[in-house]
Design a protein around this ligand. Structure first.
Ligand code: ZN
Length: 242
């Protein structure tokens, strides 16, 4: 089990170099369709499930994660972390634009992230650990996103969206990988048992998605170990670039 986790981390560390590789395996399940020029956002289920892991990580007073509230306090925290790839499989781009432009129609949705040091769309995702009766066992902080093209899911060309001019081209995906600061749920002290990991995107309904054929919510079952049991201690550098 431990070896598998280490292997997964090693592979994931190599993957950013391959970010432009086409994700054909998943895109077949979500073909782009005529959504009358609108985006349709959904989560890559394979990456969400395959990259999920539980690690312990040390946080110090003054770390931006405490300022931003992505962990509940200083000291060792137990983190359930995973990749969220937001795929746009509608036939229209998601166009968000420049966060510093006061006339941007989404201006009120931008917030500056103290950890990432750039602007994110507020309330874009909602990460929760649910008990099997669907009550909340642990609430992730509302991870905000800067939306950009990172993974290709179709034959379409990217229109070059970045954190400075945000959006996701039709047929592309924005990849929030698990090594990013805040890309987790703090599950410190959660008792051993079976739970549901709930991942919702466009959670505040900020962006119109037309027919919205593909789901905005993805859930997987996991088993959380006894909090007294050791898990991998993660000391790798956190990423703040995205
Ligand atoms: Zn960011």
């Amino acid at each position: 089990m431990k070896r598998t986790l280490v292997l997964a981390v090693t592979i994931a560390a190599l993957l950013p170099a391959l970010a432009l590789a086409q994700r054909t395996a998943v895109s077949g399940d979500f073909p782009a369709y005529n959504n009358h020029g609108r985006p349709d956002l959904t989560i890559d289920p394979k990456r969400f499930e395959s990259q999920m892991e539980i690690v312990d990580r040390l946080f110090q007073q003054g770390d931006c994660e405490l300022v931003e509230g992505s962990v509940g306090g200083a000291g060792y925290r137990r983190l359930l972390r995973f990749d969220t790839v937001v795929m746009n499989m509608g036939d229209g781009d998601l166009v968000v634009g420049d966060p510093t432009d006061p006339s941007n129609p989404y201006a009120r949705w931008f917030e500056f992230s103290p950890c990432h040091r750039h602007y994110h769309i507020r309330g874009f995702s909602n990460y929760q650990l649910l008990k099997l009766d669907r009550s909340i066992a642990a609430q992730g902080h509302k991870q905000a996103f800067c939306l950009e093209d990172l993974l290709k899911y179709s034959n379409n060309d990217s229109h070059g969206y970045t954190c400075r001019s945000q959006g996701i081209s039709s047929g592309w995906g924005d990849w929030y990988f698990k090594q990013l600061s805040g890309q987790w749920i703090d599950i410190t002290g959660v008792p051993e048992g079976d739970y549901i990991v709930h991942n919702e995107i466009n959670a505040a309904g900020t962006f119109a998605e037309g027919a919205n054929r593909y789901p905005n919510v993805l859930e997987v079952r996991i088993h959380v170990p006894d909090p007294r049991n050791k898990v991998t201690i993660d000391t790798s550098p956190l990423n703040y670039d995205h």
